[in-house]
Design a binder for this molecule. Structure first.
Ligand SMILES: Cc1ncc(COP(=O)(O)O)c(C=O)c1O
Length: 395
């Protein structure tokens, strides 16, 4: 056998989104693209804001000398400085370019951070339901994933976290706004979390990194303000990208930001830069770094996503589905009307509606819907949800 046992096992275990993608492709071929309502993928249907095209045009018309060459592995100073200025505005902390490393998306950033901090066998906590790639990224760098549950509202259970932390705990990954639930953590919750991590650090004489995956930070509804995680734990590292807020997932542009007062900050940032290089990313894409430099205050239309959330949430509740109202990102995570979430997702497929079973996020008994799709797809999906609800007597 040429493929490793670990990769084979992980390919089988973590392939729910891919499985839905493949089954969707078969359905689309059989019934026609327009008759299949695919709510399984987090691939934004929105185009990037017009300012992005203007930046590209400016760069093409006024090329900078050497703009396609290799650069310092941390990225362009000007781009890092622009990100630092924006973060200083958002957090009132004083970030400089030395706190920022440009990365190939949040995924690249997470791998760089985990590679930098993990010794073999050290533990990283995630909260179920979670973006299953976290487990793969932790495994990439020899770490061990510890899964801690959330409550009915999908807020992590701090007593369970307290019990899960050991002398080997190196990090805790949070993701707010959350994929797959859409939940946004309150300032009070983050404060309690930071407090707990601080106490555990003192107890064990260790550093426990709060790794905050903020891929959806700017997609937040109902006038809510995002509470900066940095304020509540000094050993905080944020990873994020412009995949969602500027609708550029294919362009692979993001960054790591470290708390300016994190202990051993310089060595850590040196580690991030080294790992950005040696993991083979080398640097974040040059053209994209130039393009996003002036777009730090630009975001896709959040109102548009909120409209989609309201539409789908309202209809699902009316049909009798049980779900927590999402406050951000573009996902919702209703309870599966059947105990077996895979059976329910198969039921939806009978009506040409594609969703992902909750077990694809470590939480069976739910299913994930992604509403970053066209209004036509959302509208078209309602008949299938309704038929499944009627069949299962939800109303
Ligand atoms: C929670 C979460 N983190 C990270 C990522 C990776 O995003 P990026 O395109 O920035 O690598 C995604 C993508 O869907 C995500 O949902």
């Amino acid at each position: 056998m040429s493929i490793s046992d670990n990769v084979r096992a992980r390919m089988v275990e973590g392939s729910w989104v891919r499985k839905m993608f493949e089954e969707g492709a078969v359905l689309k071929q059989r019934y026609g693209e327009e008759n299949v309502f695919d709510l399984s993928l987090g691939n934004p249907v929105m185009e990037p804001p017009p300012e992005f095209a203007q930046e590209l045009k400016r760069l093409v018309e006024n090329p900078l000398p050497g703009m396609h060459r290799y650069m310092a592995n941390a990225g362009y100073s000007e781009t890092r400085a622009a990100v630092a200025a924006q973060l200083s505005l958002e957090t009132s902390l004083e970030f400089t370019m030395n706190d920022i490393v440009m990365t190939c998306g949040a995924a690249g950033g997470l791998n760089v951070v985990l590679k930098t901090i993990l010794n073999p066998g050290e533990e990283v906590v995630v909260f179920a339901p979670y973006f299953l790639e976290f487990g793969n990224y932790i495994d990439n760098h020899g770490g061990v994933t510890k899964v801690v549950p959330t409550d009915e509202q999908f807020i992590p259970k701090l007593d369970a976290l307290e019990a899960a932390i050991t002398a080997r705990t190196k990090g805790v990954i949070i993701n707010s706004p959350n994929n797959p639930t859409g939940v946004v953590y309150s300032e009070d919750f983050i404060h309690q979390l930071g407090d707990l991590l601080g106490r555990k650090e003192s107890q064990y004489g260790t550093h426990i990194f709060l790794i905050s995956d903020e891929a959806y930070r700017k997609i937040i509804y109902d006038g809510l303000k995002y509470p900066p995680v940095f304020h509540h734990h000094r050993h905080t590292v944020v990873t994020t990208s412009h995949s969602k807020d500027l609708a550029l997932p294919g362009e692979r542009i993001g960054y790591i930001a470290i708390h300016p007062e994190c202990s051993q900050r310089e060595e850590l940032v040196g580690g991030f830069i080294f790992c950005n290089r040696t993991l083979g990313f080398v640097n974040a894409p040059a053209l994209m770094q130039h393009a996003v430099q002036n777009l730090q205050q630009v975001t896709v239309s959040v109102a548009e996503y909120q409209k989609k959330r309201d539409f789908l949430y309202g209809h699902l509740v009316e049909m009798g589905y049980s779900l927590v109202k999402p406050q951000g990102a573009f996902y919702m995570f209703p309870k599966s009307p059947l105990e077996d979430d895979v059976a329910f997702v198969n039921e939806l497929q009978q009506w040409n509606v594609l969703a992902v079973p909750g077990r694809g996020f470590g939480s069976p008994g739910h299913f994930r819907l992604s509403y970053c799709v066209s209004d036509r797809t959302l509208e078209g999906s309602l008949a299938g949800f309704k038929k499944a609800a009627q069949k299962l007597n939800l109303c």
